[in-house]
Design a protein around this ligand. Structure first.
Ligand code: SF4
Length: 388
């Protein structure tokens, strides 16, 4: 099946966590808070016979509420937050000369994190310390959001809907002691598990309405949405890096060169001039392509400052938790769907997300602050992805 070939963590036996969510919903003492990843919107309707236009993310939010989830959010919000943290971290490391020998690598894909830790452990310090959007959201839900609604973090159950099987392992990473001892994310569902829950709850998809996310972390930008496709993290980061270095926004499409021109085409390289800085970027998806790229970097044949790695070919849209269609490759079409949503989004720069701006103003103060380090960053040496 596709999961065997496409799921880089070899999740051959599917774990089903839907019962845990039903139990949390049934427990009147628990507040259930859900987040839905960008790539899920590009695929959930396939299993339910919905067209691309019909299968909106707003209808997923409506379905979750109908099933009894108390608060619903879009992981694109913390994708924007990730850009604020990781973009600033990148510029800091670049300016300090830390990337002269080796690049900074993105850290939001647990399939890649497991790969680098097992195959190239000496490169682990090159990983961005930023947690993934899934983990950042869990941390923000159990602190900032829990405080705002007057709920203790231990009474909150955080659920995420992901295109990815490896995200179930990532959710086991620890939160820093001292702030809140527990997990950022309690239960991870795949896109397939979401549709299974909708079926068992007898949700009629044609009765679903577009529902907005709940207040406080409602807004997200097109830059956050494209996280679900290969090249999306890099493009979103370059858009905001331009603003940070020059004080001005670029054309939102200025860095579209990092988008995959054709599915599975290996590595994309781009050298971009931003103000006085020259940034050498590379984007790769699929672990075979990644290994080739790392060997070249290690031999000194290529040099980059910033490298985005996604374990699944085409990025998360092609993740192992998405609907399975034998013999069909949908990652490219799903990616196009996300770029379409970005093109038509009102906001296309992560640093312009008004809810992210307020989150810094009210809570984190600024990117890379002490509090950000406590809640939004991790020490990669301190946790391991569980084995198969
Ligand atoms: Fe999961 Fe996305 Fe990484 Fe695939 S590319 S393993 S779906 S995070």
């Amino acid at each position: 099946g596709q999961c065997i070939t496409h799921c880089p963590v070899g999740a051959l036996r599917e774990r089903d966590d839907t019962e845990k969510v039903w139990d949390a919903i049934a427990d009147s003492k628990k507040v259930v808070v859900a987040q839905v990843a960008p790539a899920v919107r590009a695929a959930w309707g396939e299993a339910l016979g919905l067209s691309r236009e019909e299968a909106t993310v707003g209808k997923i939010m409506d379905a979750l509420k109908k099933m009894g989830v108390d608060y619903v959010f879009d992981t694109s919000f913390t994708a924007d937050l990730t850009i604020m943290e990781e973009g600033n971290e990148f510029l800091q490391r670049l300016t300090k000369g830390e990337l002269n020998l080796r690049p900074m690598f993105t850290s939001c894909c647990p399939g890649w994190i497991r790969f680098i830790k097992s195959q190239y452990p000496h490169l682990v310090p090159q990983l961005s310390t930023a947690k993934s959007p899934q983990q950042m959201f869990g941390a923000v839900m159990k602190t900032y959001f829990a405080e705002s609604i007057g709920v203790k973090p231990e009474d909150m159950v955080t659920v995420s809907v992901m295109p990815c099987v490896a995200k179930k392992g990532e959710a086991n990473m620890e939160l820093y002691a001292g702030e809140y001892a527990g997990h950022d994310v309690d239960i991870v569902l795949t896109t397939r598990e979401l549709t299974r829950m909708m079926r068992s709850a007898h949700i009629e998809v044609d009765t679903l309405k577009d529902r907005e996310c709940d207040p406080l972390m409602k807004e997200y930008t097109g830059a956050g949405v494209i996280f679900g496709a290969t090249g999306g993290v890099m493009e979103a980061a370059l858009r905001s890096a331009h603003y940070l270095l020059t004080g001005k926004n670029p054309d939102p499409d200025a860095f579209k060169i990092v988008r995959s021109p054709a599915f599975g085409s290996g590595v994309i390289e781009a050298e971009v001039q931003i103000g006085h800085a020259k940034v050498r970027a590379a984007v790769v998806s699929g672990l075979g392509n990644t290994r080739k790229l790392i060997e070249q970097i290690e031999k000194g044949q290529v040099h980059y400052d910033f490298v985005e790695v996604m374990a699944c070919p085409g990025g998360c849209v092609g993740g192992g938790g998405q609907p399975i269609h034998d013999g069909e490759e949908l990652a490219h079409d799903r990616g196009e769907n996300l770029y379409f949503l970005d093109k038509h989004a009102d906001l296309r720069f992560s640093h312009e997300n008004p809810d992210v701006i307020r989150l810094y103003h009210d809570y984190f103060e600024k990117p890379l602050s002490h509090k950000s380090h406590m809640l939004l960053h991790t020490d990669h040496n301190k946790w391991q992805m569980p084995g198969r």
